[in-house]
Design a protein around this ligand. Structure first.
Ligand code: G3P
Length: 219
């Protein structure tokens, strides 16, 4: 399973990219707003740090405006990084129309704010490169988010659908394990959850005891 980082925090992306585990980045307007820096500066740095799909959100509501916005976003990215841009398009009928056009023009799309398998199926049929079901928000709403991933994976597998599933709105490490067990293509994970995935108290205790014993034998 590929791991994307779900943040626009450059320091976090820099640090976690250095672990050698990152395959891509997802951002959204909320995450970008938290940076407190110029949008284009942040975006330019992200492309330099991670050589993989980077999702950037289009915020227009009409299909033709989404297409124009997508092209504007791409035009501001240096030529050599453009292959990595995926335009986030919301799951609406206008969004589907935009995905159809962008797909024909060879522009990658990530259909976002997906909360059901039917939405994922429609987005895939329109030509989405990626679909992003938001499982944490479903859990928050009293619905089991991971069941939606199970349904999407089953449907995409039944029909050999090439659209990749990005499990988004991940809240904790168990979401990542479950995503991988269900065969999701990608999990986009916030930095704090990636840090929790590293940790185990027995690892820390083992290091401590090895260091202590090494002191006894090294002389
Ligand atoms: O980037 C989209 C998604 O991962 C947002 O998650 O935590 O705002 O539900 P969250």
């Amino acid at each position: 399973m590929k791991l994307f980082i779900d943040t626009a925090d450059i320091n976090e992306i820099k640090e976690i990219a250095s672990w050698g585990i990152l395959d891509g980045v997802t951002t959204n307007p909320t995450l970008l707003a938290k940076c407190g820096r110029s949008l284009q500066d942040v975006i330019d740095e992200i492309f330099k740090l991670v050589d993989g799909p980077i999702s950037l959100e289009a915020l227009s509501e009409k299909a033709e405006d989404m297409v124009t916005e997508a092209k504007q976003i791409i035009s501001k990215i240096p030529q050599n990084y453009r292959k990595n841009v995926a335009i986030k398009i919301p799951m609406t009928s206008e969004g589907l129309k935009a995905v159809k056009i962008l797909c024909k023009e060879g522009i990658k799309t990530n259909v976002t704010l997906i909360f059901s398998a039917n939405q994922a199926l429609l987005a895939a049929k329109a030509g989405a490169t990626f679909v992003s079901p938001f499982i944490g928000r479903l859990d928050d709403n009293g619905q089991e988010g991971m069941r939606v991933i199970e349904e999407i994976m089953e449907i995409f597998c039944n029909y050999d659908i090439q659209t990749e599933v990005i499990v988004a709105s991940i809240r904790h490490p168990i979401h990542v394990i479950e995503s991988a067990r269900l065969g999701a293509d990608i999990a986009t994970v916030p930095p704090d959850v990636l840090r929790k995935m590293i940790k185990h108290p027995l690892t820390d205790a083992g290091i401590k005891s090895f260091l202590k014993d090494w002191e006894k034998v090294k002389k």
